[in-house]
Design a binder for this molecule. Structure first.
Ligand SMILES: Nc1ncnc2c1ncn2[C@@H]1O[C@H](COP(=O)(O)OP(=O)(O)OP(=O)(O)O)[C@@H](O)[C@H]1O
Ligand SMILES: [Mg+2]
Length: 316
């Protein structure tokens, strides 16, 4: 990675979409930089598809604007369509068509000269690992292969920005990993990629930056690591006592640095007010109070839990 300042590939300001009185998207300010593999995360109904469809010029915003590589998605929709590849969450599958026929068809739609199309089709199939399936009927491909074919289709005109709406949904773990590897490769080839998902951990390992939206509003945008730091309400420590659990809970609840204590058998979960607190305070309080401490360990909050905490019960 170079130290050059990032160049914005996508910028939205106050992007809003109303459906009657429902704000599917509400004042979204988002920047995705060139070269990002950007995770767009939200639970069902959060507004992911709405956002991606606006960026893909298929849906007009009710207010605000979005600019892609210098082109406004409303005013310069044609220019935008040439530089993006949009893979919808559900795409029509032409079951009775052969793989190459299908891609050749889309190549023709993008006015790729016929002399060049064969090579282009062959190249994108290679990229998504479907070279072996050139002559297969689409209906005979597995779900994972069909998803990869969908990806091949959006690559046919060599777009700079890929907008992928849940490309890994419904895939088994192996197919999911294959999909993620292809996305990594595309990033290496210089593409900017926005990928949506409702599974934070699915994107954790591949995305350099993520945004989390809920009820049409941005909750977080930034590096993946920052999600954990910003969203976790406090540090969690687990202890196990060999003495009376209720007495230990009472000792812990009396501490000012503790916000929550829950006990299950002899295991006690303690939430501290901040990350800076030294957990020896916990050990001291228990031991001095007469409890028999047998175990104390730190809980690394998984991104999944953080996400659930943030979005719990917030879906429209
Ligand atoms: N055509 C429409 N008419 C009315 N409401 C709509 C329409 N399309 C979307 N919505 C509403 O807008 C909100 C955002 O929907 P959107 O499809 O963008 O969410 P999403 O994050 O993609 O969800 P999912 O994970 O289920 O795909 C939802 O409340 C949805 O019901
Ligand atoms: Mg969606």
């Amino acid at each position: 990675m170079s130290d050059a300042p990032p160049i914005p590939a996508v910028q939205t300001t106050g992007l809003t979409r109303m459906y009657g009185s429902l704000a599917a998207l509400s004042g979204l300010d988002l920047t995705v930089n060139k070269g990002d593999l950007f995770g767009f995360i939200g639970s069902n109904g959060a507004g992911k598809t709405t956002t991606l469809r606006i960026l893909a010029t298929f849906l007009a915003p009710s207010a605000g604007r979005a600019v892609i590589l210098g082109h406004d998605v409303v005013k310069d929709a044609d220019a935008v369509r040439h530089i993006i590849g949009y893979m919808p969450d559900f795409f029509g599958v032409y079951k009775d068509m052969e793989v190459t026929e299908y891609l050749d068809f889309f190549g023709a739609c993008y006015r790729i000269p016929s002399a060049q199309r064969e090579k282009t089709v062959s190249d994108v199939l290679e990229l998504v690992g479907l070279s072996e399936k050139k002559g297969s009927l689409i209906g005979a491909l597995s779900r994972g292969m069909q998803q990869r074919l969908g990806l091949a289709r959006v690559l046919i005109h060599d777009p700079q920005l890929l907008l992928l709406d849940e490309p890994a949904s419904g895939l088994d773990p192996r197919a999911r990993i294959e999909m993620m590897e292809i996305l990594r490769e595309l990033q290496r080839l210089g593409k900017t990629i926005i990928i949506s998902s409702h599974i934070l951990s699915e994107l954790e390992s591949i995305c350099n930056r993520v945004a989390i939206i809920e009820k049409g509003k941005l909750i977080y945008a930034g590096p993946v690591q920052g999600v954990r730091d910003q969203m976790s309400s406090g540090r969690v420590v687990w202890v196990r006592v060999a003495s009376d659990t209720e007495a230990a809970v009472a000792l812990l609840k009396a501490l000012a640095v503790v916000t929550e204590v829950t006990a299950l058998d002899h295991k006690i979960k303690i939430t501290l007010t901040s990350h800076d607190i030294d957990h020896s305070i916990i050990a001291d309080a228990l031991v001095h109070g007469g409890a028999k401490l047998t175990e104390l360990r730190e809980d690394e909050i998984g991104l999944e839990e953080v996400f659930l905490r943030v979005t719990r019960g917030e879906t429209q």
